[in-house]
Ligand binder design. Structure first.
Ligand SMILES: Cc1ncc(C[n+]2csc(CCOP(=O)(O)OP(=O)(O)O)c2C)c(N)n1
Length: 474
């Protein structure tokens, strides 16, 4: 059967980016290599039937608009961060196919470390690395892959070894790591090379589809505009100048021998590790949810902040576990600030009746400030009408904002009075729940009993919560 050449089904019918009534053209310049590479990627997606489970990460660069062309899941990442975004997308969507599509400025310059770390971890993704030896989008500055002698906006006399070092051969570098399964360099110059490129892209995606992990295809491509050449002239330039320095070659192919890397099961290990590290037992079941309680719950976006050792992270987890027991949706995100430079250790906790989109609490409506720097840092960003619990044992100033509810509690002293200074975090939780009553504060006793691994400290922690509730009820 002859192969019918047509627009791949993994492309949209119309390209909305391009103005004009047909919307059939791309935004790329005449002779640009990206169009050819897009087509090869879409054809491989068609052949494998993976468009529905593919997530393509567009970079910053000329291919920033890749999401206008590929009819699959799309995310646009910050400059150079596509492999990190792909890591998150891959881990949270096991079984999906990740394509990190990147230019040479994006991948080899600003994102150099991202790609090396992702490759080293053997992350489940395929990198499509379009090497056109120049920054196309920004008007032709030098890239790490710019050739010696090549004139660019930032190397007007030509790149020199003395000034800029030699061009980096990324495929060779990546293939030295043990993580990657398949690494190949191809070019989209003539039919023969395009055919090789087509096979390599297909193989790289198939290997990921088979669960083998990380694959990398470097594609030498023309950028006539930035090189100030005509399209055919630039193709010739790639053939005569780039290919001799960047040999077209397979550097690694373990697609047959490498066992599949991940199962389709969600990876829960990190959550368990967090619980272990925080000395809390695992939470495997949710309590019986009271549907009305969940539906009417007013979302709590909490920031608990202090210095290391004050138990701010544990306080966040404990609160989260309690809320999970009540059937709420919960996120908890630790943030380790530059304490030695005045930063704080803190955590973001969201308790909600609905699914939580992002775990970041940029503008909290509850702040528990355990030390001065925490109040200084977060007071300006809390929302109007927020509840602010101030550890007055260590913070001697008052809250300046007049549109929030400030509660001053000597939490450290109260904790010391029950014989466990480290339970200041629990005093604070007692105050918070005792004041807001978003969840009945007494329910925290059970949570502590059930999940605190250090059994000998349960009584004192419960006592600390009680003292907090007592303080606020007075
Ligand atoms: C953080 C950040 N730094 C710099 C830029 C400017 N910038 C946009 S695209 C680009 C380089 C793109 O070159 P390349 O990755 O080779 O892709 P091409 O455009 O050639 O396809 C740069 C430096 C940016 N957008 N963001």
């Amino acid at each position: 059967m002859p192969e019918v050449l047509k627009k791949p089904a993994s492309f949209y019918d119309r390209f909305e980016r391009k103005v004009g009534k047909d919307k059939l053209n791309t935004h790329y310049c005449p002779g640009c290599g990206h169009g050819r590479v897009h087509k090869l990627v879409a054809e491989a997606m068609d052949k494998l039937g993976i468009a529905d489970k593919t997530i393509l990460i567009s970079p910053v660069g000329c291919s920033v608009f890749a999401y206008y062309y590929f009819d699959c899941g799309n995310i646009q990442a910050a400059h150079g961060r596509a492999p990190a975004v792909a890591t998150g997308a891959s881990r949270s969507n096991p079984g999906s196919i990740l394509i990190s599509y990147q230019g040479d400025g994006d991948l080899a310059a600003i994102g150099g470390n991202e790609v090396i770390q992702a490759a080293n971890r053997g992350e489940s993704m395929t990198i499509i690395f379009v090497n056109n030896a120049i920054y196309g989008m920004t008007g032709g500055q030098m890239a790490p892959t710019t050739l010696i002698g090549q004139k660019t906006a930032t190397t007007p006399y030509g790149r020199s070894v003395e000034n800029e070092g030699k061009p980096i051969r990324m495929a060779e570098l990546i293939s030295q790591l043990e993580g990657p399964v398949f690494v190949e360099r191809v070019a989209v110059t003539d039919f023969k090379n395009i055919n090789k490129a087509k096979k390599a892209i297909y193989k790289a995606l198939k290997s990921q589809h088979d669960g083998k992990g990380f694959s990398f295809v470097e594609i030498l491509a023309p950028c006539p505009t930035s090189n100030r050449m005509k399209p055919l002239e630039c193709l010739k330039w790639v053939e005569e100048n780039m290919i001799p320095y960047y040999p077209i070659k397979n550097f690694k192919d373990e697609t047959e021998t490498r066992p599949a890397r991940r199962s389709d099961k969600p990876q829960l290990s990190t959550v368990e590790e967090y619980f272990d590290a925080l000395n809390l037992a695992d939470v495997s079941t949710k309590g019986q949810a009271d549907k009305d309680f969940v539906k009417n719950f007013s979302e709590q976006r909490v920031r608990i902040a202090g210095f290391g050792g004050q138990g701010v992270l544990v306080a966040g987890v404990t609160l989260g576990v309690l809320a999970m027991e009540e059937g709420l949706e919960v996120t908890w995100l630790p943030s380790y600030g530059p304490e030695m430079r005045g930063g704080t250790a803190n955590c973001h906790v969201i308790l909600s009746g609905r699914k939580v989109g992002s775990p970041l609490v940029t503008n909290p409506n509850v702040l528990i400030a355990m030390n001065g720097p925490s109040l200084d840092e977060f007071e300006p960003v809390i929302e109007k009408d927020s509840v602010v619990i101030v550890n007055s044992s260590l913070i001697d100033r008052k809250v300046k904002r007049t549109d929030v509810k400030a509660i001053y509690v000597p939490v450290t002293e109260i904790a010391t009075s029950v014989g466990l200074t480290a339970a200041a975090n629990m005093v604070a939780l007692g105050v918070y729940l005792g004041y807001t009553k978003v969840i009945a504060p007494e329910k925290l006793f059970k949570t502590i009993e059930k999940y605190l691994k250090k059994k000998n400290l349960i009584d004192k922690n419960i006592e600390a919560v009680k003292k907090g509730i007592e303080f606020i009820s007075k």
